[in-house]
Design a protein around this ligand. Structure first.
Ligand code: AMP
Ligand code: MG
Length: 652
């Protein structure tokens, strides 16, 4: 294998085949049955004995010769002489003759001569005799030797994951120790000066180590045994020591410091061994700065520090190797076909693995890309069901295009309520209250903005879509729904979100109105075109322009920052908080969250679009009850308000 350098990215396929060519093999060990849960059996097991080993009674009652009972009926009994008693675990040498019975317990061996058992319930005992009130057929209430497992039968196959049930079978056969595949031992360490172990104190500029935990648990899930060696500073000696320690294990897995930057030295250090680094950089997104190395014969992986990248790269390149060694089988995930719900721009020349959230609709599954994974938001993976694979040469993936989704787990959990649209903190409050009424309610909230929510309702994927679209006519939502031609849903009026001007604490510029923004030459941050907040701001500006006899374009041209577009309320607040702007339009809730000042302008109508077909369902009715409850009104955070129209239903 030749060495690759970072400038020379290898393809996903090439990197996979390098991992496949690692000459490592499974090991087998013998373990006690009581420790075998979840382990993978390393060979076929055949039964060495019959189970049960002898004919035994399945009832408490009397062992008899069936022919003696043929005349027995409810009103005319047959009388038999009791010649013995036999309990579970006993053995009687007596041989039963015609006219005789032996009292027998469940699980006791059937005495010689007997061929059936009469249940206790159909008998009456007195003076050493038993009266039988019901006839039995030969073989009745007897479990015959080998009827469960016959000696020589193949009972457990190689590769079986041992559950309590299989362990039960092995114990019935008297097997005390079982041969299983040894768990591959994987040494894990994190690198980075910024990392602190969870539980420790977070100093300035530090973050908690995430990768050690996601990776160790993934290793366990794949049947490996993870051993955490700790966190190494970005310091060659420390990292080298860590690697030397890691050589005691089967596989070496570290994260962070894999780029080609100044502080990144994993690459150099891994290359101090022979043959050293085989891959540095894969044409994949996320996760380009990935290292695959061989230290002696030990596979070593350097994963990117970004937690979502690390986990994706792990599942694509490392997981198959660990599963091969653990005996679980290389392919973990099951696959599902889905249509892409939104357009995706992918990078050319790189294979992209895009985490998605799956939603089932009238025409099968739709895949919603999960946001935030490029920046390493760990929640983006927690929210996703699986990922799609966009080939390197593909740049745009269109809405409706079919993809195969690799699932992270064996099955996806369907949600009882799909909430797709614009997200609002108020929704979280509603669902907290809804959970109190329906404790096992499973819901999914996907944030795709108001118009994304409308599309999801039209496609039959959403049960509820939160929307807040302001039309030029100054009316919320209804004009948009008419324009989009939404006919299969009703609009339920929600709550008011107080919109206003977000400024720094103490309002240092003394801003009181939108006019002040212009007068005081304020630096603003605007919202993205198409957002309700942007439309609202422009409406105020148009009014002002008219009053002044100025052109709209002229006016906006004078506002510093008018062209800077933040994509969410929070980003506006953060821009003000960090002093990048003096003011921005947004909701009070967010201003308060960030401890900023707020000058109210008007209430934005945040409403819910609900499919007609679902409206009368119990869950939606519960939602409606919560929406109009005092409890909600008391629980909403500042800036969100129930009003007289809350709960009003508008037919479209
Ligand atoms: P690096 O690959 O070292 O350049 O790191 C990329 C990003 O991931 C940086 O923002 C790091 O702070 C972050 N990071 C690195 N290692 C970890 C880790 N173990 N847990 C969480 N974040 C990490
Ligand atoms: Mg680093």
């Amino acid at each position: 294998m030749s060495k690759k350098v970072f400038k020379d990215l290898v393809s996903v396929e090439e990197a996979k085949s390098i991992v496949e060519s690692f000459a490592v093999s499974r090991k087998v060990e013998e373990i006690k049955l009581e420790n075998a849960l979840g382990r993978i059996v390393a060979r076929d097991y055949e039964a060495g004995i019959d189970v049960p080993p002898f004919d035994r009674s399945t009832m408490d009652g009397y062992a008899v010769i069936a022919e003696d009972t043929f005349e027995a009926e409810e009103d005319s009994s047959v009388k038999l002489k009791i010649v013995g008693r036999i309990g579970a675990g006993d053995f009687l040498e007596v041989e039963l003759k015609r006219g005789e019975a032996i009292e027998i317990s469940t699980g006791a061996p059937i005495p010689k001569g007997a061929n059936a058992v009469v249940m206790e319930e159909y008998t009456a005992e007195s003076d050493g005799f038993v009266r039988i009130y019901k006839s039995v057929a030969p073989g009745e209430n007897i479990m015959f030797a080998g009827s469960d497992i016959m000696a020589g039968e193949l009972v457990i196959r190689e590769g079986t994951v041992l559950s309590p049930r299989e362990i039960g079978v092995l114990s019935a056969l008297g097997i005390a120790e079982v041969e299983v595949y040894s768990k591959p031992k994987v040494a894990v360490f994190s690198t980075g000066n910024e990392l602190v172990k969870p539980g420790g104190k977070l100093g300035k500029g530090k973050i908690y180590d995430v990768n050690a935990y996601t990776l160790m648990n993934s290793i366990e899930e794949d049947g490996g045994e993870a051993v955490f060696l700790g966190i190494a500073r970005d310091n060659a000696d420390e990292i080298r020591k860590m690697i030397e320690q890691a050589l005691d294990y089967d596989i070496i897995l570290c994260s962070g410091g894999t780029s080609a930057g100044a502080g990144d030295m994993i690459y150099r250090i891994l290359d101090e061994w022979e043959p050293g680094v085989l891959v540095h950089g894969i044409a994949v997104r996320p996760g380009k700065p990935t290292i695959i190395a061989s230290l002696g014969n030990k596979p070593a992986f350097g994963l990117p520090g970004n937690p979502t990248s690390a986990l994706m790269i792990y599942s694509i390149f490392v997981s198959p190797l660990i599963r091969r060694l653990s005996g679980l089988g290389e392919e973990k995930s099951t696959e599902i076909e889905a249509k892409l719900a939104v357009k995706v721009f992918s990078s050319s020349g790189k294979t992209e693995f895009l985490p998605v959230n799956l939603v089932s609709g009238e025409e099968g599954f739709s895949a919603y890309p999960v946001s935030g994974h490029y920046s390493g938001a760990i929640t983006s993976l927690a929210e996703s069901d699986g990922f799609i694979h966009i080939p390197a040469e593909k740049v745009i993936a269109e809405v409706g295009e079919r993809f195969t989704v690799k699932l992270f787990s064996e099955e996806i959990k369907p949600a009882d309520l799909m909430v797709i649209g614009s997200h609002c903190i108020g929704l979280d409050v509603i669902f907290r209250l809804l959970r109190k009424r329906i404790p096992d309610l499973r819901f999914k909230i996907i944030n795709v903005g108001s118009s994304g929510g409308i599309s999801a309702i039209k496609r039959g994927e959403a049960d509820i879509a939160g929307i807040h679209l302001l039309d030029e006519s100054a009316e919320y939502n209804v004009p948009y729904l008419k324009r989009y031609g939404v006919k299969n849903a009703v609009l339920v009026k929600g709550y008011l979100r107080e919109q206003g001007i977000i400024v720094a604490k103490g309002n240092p510029l003394g801003i009181r109105s939108v006019e002040d923004i212009i007068e005081k030459k304020t630096r603003i941050v605007n919202r993205n075109r198409g957002s309700g907040t942007r439309i609202l701001f422009d409406m105020y500006l148009k009014e002002i322009a008219e009053k002044r006899g100025e052109k709209f374009k002229e006016l906006t041209g004078k506002i510093k920052g008018y062209t800077i577009e933040a994509k969410s309320h929070s980003s506006v607040a953060v821009a003000v908080l960090m002093g990048k702007a003096d003011a921005g339009i947004g909701i009070r809730t967010v201003a308060e969250q960030y401890g900023l000042d707020f000058i109210p302008l008007r209430g934005e109508e945040y409403d819910f679009l609900i499919p007609k077909a679902k409206f009368s369902t119990w869950k939606i009715q519960q939602f409606m009850e919560v929406l109009t409850s005092d409890e909600l009104s008391n629980s909403l955070p500042p800036g969100l308000k129930i009003y007289k129209r809350t709960g009003e239903i508008i037919k479209l």
